[in-house]
Design a protein around this ligand. Structure first.
Ligand SMILES: Cc1ncc(COP(=O)(O)O)c(C=O)c1O
Length: 377
């Protein structure tokens, strides 16, 4: 990866501020913004208009579905777009759960983001379902023994985050999907954090549903859902009846879909997620091996089984104070309590810091951050 050439494509990276906040949303290359502006200029219309702007919108939608299908390894008709992952997850869980009965169970994990849990909690409230939580190990990875113990005859869905947005831990998604399948349950993958760091092939994973959000990988604020064709065809969606789209409600944000296609084109030109993975992992190793002794890391201690997202505290320095001081020195690091991971929050300190490495970060930025962390206490 030619990092200087990559960074030159982002106006937002020219100011010298080091963004380590990708888990909350990445920086966006200028060409994506340009594609959004172009769509608004040249394709402001709606599906069905029997003239140029209608055809332009149709082409944007078709291309975006093809791009998303290629990104996730499925067919275009298995893709749905929505406002964000959480909104799509609420809609799809309602649709899938129409025939669930009182006492049916949804199995989640302690590492999950609430965007992947709250939809089931609310459905459970309405339909008297039971939401279970598989524990995390001391290293804050999925405890597979506990997950298997909690999987039973009443399990209808196993919903889990393939990478934790808090600790960076990666779950063995193939294993969990196989366990779900053997138990007759749907496997429902939250890939919002994972998609920015690791290539995805839904057929290889064997999942029924997978969701991600392009704004975590240099795209616009959108959500994407893959739903495997077979279950999708048996579900009755909540939508306006004349719509020809399967799960999508109302008019889609076509300009953002054009931006999404520009994002995929951008990723292709830098070698795709494969190239990003290799580059980011080197930076991740560098970060871990240079951590000052004053830093306590929560989660996997090496790059094995994780993405380069690091949760930690600096001895004797409250996280909010540390984050503000780091921002003053030009490093964008967030502090928070549970990081939207409600179950995991009970295992975390009251506040912690999170540094997320993205492919546009440099070795010099990582070294600068390590030095600044060392000088905090
Ligand atoms: C792992 C994970 N799941 C779900 C979400 C929610 O995604 P969205 O903001 O697209 O609703 C996030 C957002 O940070 C996330 O990191």
């Amino acid at each position: 990866m030619n990092i200087d050439a990559v960074r030159a494509r982002f106006s937002s990276l020219q100011g010298g501020f080091a963004f380590f906040d990708a888990p909350g949303g990445t920086q966006v290359p200028d060409e994506v913004g340009q594609a959004i502006a172009n769509a608004l200029r040249e394709a402001s219309g709606n599906l069905g208009a029997p003239y140029a702007t209608g055809r332009a919108v149709e082409a944007i939608l078709a291309r975006a579905k093809d791009d998303a299908a290629r990104f996730l390894g499925c067919d275009a008709d298995e893709i749905s777009f929505g406002m964000n992952m959480t909104t799509l997850d609420f809609a799809l869980s309602r649709t899938a759960g129409r025939d669930f009965r009182g006492g049916d169970e949804i199995l989640t994990t302690q590492l999950d983001h609430d965007g992947g849990v709250a939809p089931w909690v609310e459905l459970a409230e309405d339909k008297s379902l039971v939401v279970r939580i598989a524990a995390a190990t001391d290293e804050l990875t999925v405890d597979y023994d506990d997950l298997e113990r909690q999987l039973g005859e009443r399990t209808r869905v196993v919903a889990f985050a393939i990478a934790s947005n808090a600790t960076g831990s990666i779950a063995d998604a193939k294993r969990i999907c196989a366990l779900a399948r053997d138990a007759g349950a749907l496997s429902w993958v939250d890939a919002v954090h994972y998609a920015a760091h690791e290539p995805i092939d839904v057929r290889e994973l064997g999942c029924d549903v997978l969701l991600c959000s392009p704004y975590k990988f240099c795209g616009p604020h959108l959500g994407i859902a893959y739903v495997r064709r077979e279950p999708a065809e048996t579900w009755r969606p909540y939508k306006a009846r004349p719509s020809k789209l399967r799960f999508e409600t109302g008019t889609l944000p076509y300009e953002l879909l054009a931006g999404f296609s520009a994002t995929i084109a951008y990723l292709d030109t830098i070698g795709g997620i494969e190239a990003i993975r290799t580059y980011e992992r080197e930076l991740g190793e560098r970060f871990l091996s240079g951590l000052p002794e004053s830093v306590t890391l929560y989660g996997p201690p090496t790059m094995a089984g994780r993405v380069p997202t690091f949760l930690f505290n600096v001895d004797g320095v409250p996280a909010d104070d540390a984050a503000h001081r780091l921002a003053g020195r030009g490093f964008g690091i967030w502090y928070a309590d549970n990081w939207y991971c409600v179950a995991l929050g009970k295992r975390l300190p009251e506040q912690s810091l999170r540094a997320g490495i993205a492919h546009y970060n440099t070795a010099a930025e990582v070294d600068g951050l390590l030095e600044a962390l060392g000088q905090l206490s």
